[in-house]
Ligand binder design. Structure first.
Ligand code: AMP
Length: 143
């Protein structure tokens, strides 16, 4: 296995995130690599479709703030400094592709539910990340 130096770990801040993080931390330790911890906040406008005119800025800011706080807590737990914690807004797959490139990472780690059949056709973030990331991608199986 090649030696990775900079590893992007994408987490969704659900109760599954610690599973991804603890495995990722083992990989990072084994490689003596640096972690870039990433969470993508999805734009609230996506959920509401814009049918009802309303100002969602405050809600978006709150989601952003909550994500930063949660990421900071994980950062403290896993020794990831502030400048290696990234919260961004957008589509998770696209943002992960962009950040992997911008930060010149050599491995991306995501969680995967190992969906099958119809669910697989619908796609998953892990799939989306795999198709479009130029570096290696490691999918941690979520149980
Ligand atoms: P999903 O396919 O949505 O169940 O997500 C699988 C994995 O993709 C998660 O375990 C994370 O590693 C990553 N992921 C999903 N959503 C996000 C997000 N909003 N920000 C960062 N990573 C995410």
């Amino acid at each position: 296995m090649p030696s990775y130096q900079k590893i992007l770990v994408a987490i969704d801040l659900t109760e599954e995130a610690p599973q991804v993080l603890s495995k990722a931390a083992e990989v990072i330790k084994a490689h003596g690599a640096q972690m870039l911890l990433v969470h993508v906040v999805e734009p609230v406008g996506y959920a509401y479709g814009g049918d009802i005119p309303m100002d969602l800025t405050e809600l978006q800011d709150q989601l952003d703030k909550a994500a930063r706080e949660q990421l900071a807590a994980y950062g403290e737990q896993y020794d990831v400094t502030d400048d290696h914690q990234v919260v961004t807004v957008g589509r998770p797959e696209s943002e992960i592709h962009r950040l992997a490139k911008d930060h010149n990472v050599d491995l991306v780690i995501v969680g995967s539910h190992g969906r099958k059949g119809f669910q697989l056709l619908l796609g998953s973030t892990a799939n989306g990340v795999l198709h479009g990331t130029e570096c290696d991608v490691l999918a941690i199986r979520i149980h």
